[in-house]
Design a binder for this molecule. Sequence first.
Ligand code: ZN
Length: 112
Amino acid sequence: MNDNYTCDNCEFTAPKNEFNDALDLHCRLSAGSTFTDVECPHCNALAYPTEHTPPTTPLNQVSPGNHEEAEAFVHHILNTMLDINLSKKKDKLTSITLALAGYPNGLRQLNG
Ligand SMILES: [Zn+2]
């Protein structure tokens, strides 16, 4: 659990305790917006809990007819981390890539 806050104006990001208590909250918060009670120590704009977006990799973007980028990505990881070179085993690389991307049955499953 990360309790970082990010300034709405200058994007300063830090743990909540590095922000100042927000003044005049009742007239600064608008209805329906995320609640906050701190403001930026640098520009005094309101700061909100930092939003987390999950990391994306080429594996998230595999689609029918588009898995080359993901294959290159997997190839690079296997090569650099495990010293495995699959450039001569393209079918294996495709199978591994698609399995990692959520298609354990490979191209048949990807292409429906
Ligand atoms: Zn700021």
